[in-house]
Write a protein that binds this ligand. Structure first.
Ligand code: ADP
Ligand code: MG
Length: 701
């Protein structure tokens, strides 16, 4: 399909069957009826679905599509798609192109090869995909293949969630229900629906494809498993917001065009802190659409990189010693009347609705801190959290001066005033006075209030935003339901003040405006009794704690069985990832690094012999030779220990014990292998060293 667009406004959403396209192409009554489905007033009936499917098909075919697919998000954390063509042979050797409402609404992919955590045994292979009609369908071009994509949920024969979208949608319902209850109890009669919103900032690295292809670790594990530090790292602070390199800027431009066609509102782009690191942020949308869009963004970043001779690395920590990549989850709650419930307004102390929602969030985050921590747990994030560039594994909330002051007033019985930001004095007569925000930013906080939303900064760059968001929605819904119970009985100012006062006092320990990267914070946090689950395994093992099962069941987001299945899948994924990393390390050490170092030591030995034979002192060469040989033997020993660890972990049957062993016997045994190899890299002849270096990968483009 080659279309030319005069303007960005024409291009934007051109591949999306969005509301405006529907309005144009659907009969009026069908469009109206579908709008009711979208607002939750009715369910989609087959007749309406048939008309919509037919219009979609015609539109997609005009765009060059030959196939459709239900696009879903299995527990791999990636997306999945199975394409079917529209052809429907009529019996005389010709075909028509057909697409029915049934095919639009429901698909039946074989589910047996997706992780299910025991929810489905292999011989019970049936799985269903169901159209999420709140996320618009779109046409995607992959090379010459053009397909109509239908965002879908994925469940088992018994209706159990096998994906990341189902709990997200359920959590949106839960939050909607409880938030509307609270609003009604507080006297709001205009709100019919409340939705959570998400703006994910996506960080990523770009490396030149030739370097990538020369590194098995990048190809197989997505991160460097070896690599001595570059003589220059990020200490100059010159990359963050620095001038865009032309090749990178062209890449960004092409991502934007691709994303805009898909209706993804890519908005902000800039260089990040580490050399070769960048960020893209869209304009926020409802959490399910934003999550779908974030998947499209990650996929597009990887795809477009190939066209520019780059590889896009979405791993949380592709390079040791420089910043890793996160995905800051900006999250808020808004009403169908367009009100952002987390907007404090100019005088937050008398904004009761805001204070109720704020207090609910404070209570939810403190009460379920371990669950939030678990929602961002993966092997990649273990390298990032607490590594002086990202918040530690301790969940805390930053409120800033103004709200902290108001919360203190609440604790004392009632909020009476709001501190104001005033004006910014620059001392330059030609510049107008600028208003100052009443609160500064805190870049070190894992969960920071940023003016009219919270920014959950622990999320890893490769992770689906679904997990962290459905946890947030669920725990906040739960606390709102507690609040609703109270306010529905007595909504007087005194009663609500008393409720808020009680909870801000009870959860004061979760509030922390200081430096989360400081060495003193974990000590202080321990005194406050805040959990600090440093490893993925520990935090995953806390997922099925009693209170977590209870909150997911109470809010109808996940049953105990579904939750346990998820825990199993996460533990298995941990073990598999560490297994791959360890095996890749062993292979690179044995087949690339040790042979290269052996070659170098042989050259050195020859040199020592011939220099000595010439009657010259060869002690300097001999010193290097001794060091190289010593390190080779250290490396061989470490590799053998790692192999033993792998054997031990591999033999364990129980998922939880195996994950613990992969952490303690395998992951831990990787460190000495890397140390020996990185030491060798620093003394072995650059001509012989078999891998591209950090300096090359981070600085050459
Ligand atoms: P910063 O780097 O200063 O935190 P960015 O502009 O990079 O800010 O990203 C902020 C993100 O927050 C954007 O994706 C933006 O759309 C999003 N955002 C703004 N308002 C809301 C809201 N009400 N709900 C969710 N996300 C929001
Ligand atoms: Mg931000």
């Amino acid at each position: 399909m080659s279309q030319s667009f005069e303007t960005t406004t024409e291009l934007f959403g051109s591949n999306v069957f969005n509301e405006s396209t529907m309005k144009e192409r659907l009969p009026k009554d069908v469009f109206k009826s579908f709008k009711k489905v979208l607002s939750g007033e009715k369910v989609l009936d087959v007749d309406t679905a048939n008309v919509i499917a037919n219009a979609m098909k015609d539109w997609a075919i005009e765009k060059g599509a030959t196939h459709y697919c239900h696009w879903f998000q299995p527990m791999t954390g990636l997306t999945a798609e199975k394409h079917d063509s529209f052809i429907s042979p009529v019996g005389d050797g010709t075909t028509v192109m057909e697409f029915s409402g049934k095919e639009l609404i429901q698909g039946e992919p074989d589910a047996s090869s997706f992780p299910s955590g025991g929810l489905r045994v292999t011989f019970e292979a049936r799985g269903y995909t169901a159209w999420d009609c709140t996320s618009p369908v779109f046409v995607k071009e992959d090379g010459k293949n053009i397909t109509l994509f239908i965002p879908s949920a994925f469940c088992s024969y018994n209706g159990q969630a096998l994906d990341k979208k189902t709990p997200l949608l359920r959590s949106m319902d839960a939050l909607n229900k409880q938030a509307v209850r609270v609003l009604k109890a507080l006297g709001n009669t205009t709100t019919n629906r409340v939705t959570s919103t998400l703006g994910p900032e996506q960080e990523y690295f770009l490396v030149d494809r030739t370097f990538y292809e020369a590194r098995l670790d990048l190809v197989l594990a997505g991160r460097t498993l070896f690599g001595a530090p570059s003589p220059r790292g990020q200490e100059m602070d010159d990359h963050y917001f620095g001038t865009l390199h032309e090749r990178v800027a062209s890449y960004m431009n092409e991502i934007n065009v691709e994303l805009w066609k898909l209706g993804v509102s890519a908005k902000t782009q800039h260089n990040e802190v580490s050399p070769a690191q960048y960020e893209l942020a869209p304009i926020f949308a409802t959490v399910n659409v934003a999550t779908d869009h974030n998947h499209l963004t990650m996929e597009t970043m990887e795809k477009v990189a190939n066209r520019h001779g780059f590889v896009c690395l979405l791993h949380e920590k592709p390079f040791a010693g420089v910043n890793g990549s996160g995905k800051h989850v900006n999250w808020s709650i808004g009403t169908d009347c367009g009100i952002n419930l987390l907007d404090p307004g100019d005088t937050p102390h008398d904004n009761m609705v805001f204070l109720v929602f704020l207090t609910a969030i404070i209570r939810a985050v403190d009460k379920y801190a371990k669950l939030l921590r678990a929602s961002v747990a993966n092997t990649g994030n273990d390298h990032r959290l607490g590594a002086n560039e990202a918040p530690p594994a301790i969940v805390s909330i930053f409120l800033g001066d103004q709200l902290t002051d108001i919360v203190s007033q609440l604790a004392e019985g009632g909020a009476k005033e709001s501190k104001q930001g005033g004006q910014l004095e620059l001392g330059i007569s030609t510049l107008p006075p600028l208003p100052r925000d009443c609160t500064d930013r805190n870049r070190t906080s894992p969960f920071a209030f940023t003016g009219n939303r919270f920014e959950f900064r622990m999320v890893g760059s490769s992770q689906s935003t679904s997990g962290p968001v459905f946890v947030l929605n669920t725990i906040v819904a739960e606390v709102l339901s507690e609040f609703a119970e109270v306010i529905e009985k007595d909504s007087s100012n005194t009663a609500v003040q008393a409720l808020l006062s009680k909870y801000v006092k009870e959860h004061h320990r979760i509030l922390f405006n200081g430096d989360n990267y400081a060495a003193e914070w974990p000590i202080e946090a321990a005194k406050r009794g805040l959990p600090n689950l440093k490893s993925t395994v520990d935090s995953i093992l806390s997922i099925n704690d009693k209170e977590n099962v209870a909150v997911f069941e109470a809010q109808n987001v996940l049953s105990e069985e579904e939750l346990e299945a998820r825990m199993d899948i996460l533990l298995e994924a941990y073990s598999m990832k560490i297994n791959i990393e360890a095996k890749t390390m062993i292979q690179m050490a044995k087949r690339q690094i040790i042979p290269a170092c052996t070659e170098y030591s042989a050259t050195l030995a020859d040199a020592v012999a011939s220099i000595t034979a010439a009657g010259v002192d060869a002690s300097a060469q001999k010193d290097v030779l001794t060091k190289v040989c010593g390190l080779i033997s250290e490396l061989s020993g470490a590799v053998a220990a790692l192999e033993a660890g792998l054997e031990k972990a591999g033999a364990i049957e129980e998922t939880d014990k195996q994950a613990i062993s992969f952490r303690d016997d395998v992951f831990a045994a990787c460190t000495p292998v890397r140390q020996a190899a990185d030491s060798l890299e620093q003394i072995v002849d650059a001509e012989i060293w078999p891998l591209p270096t950090y300096a090359e990968m981070l600085f050459l483009r």
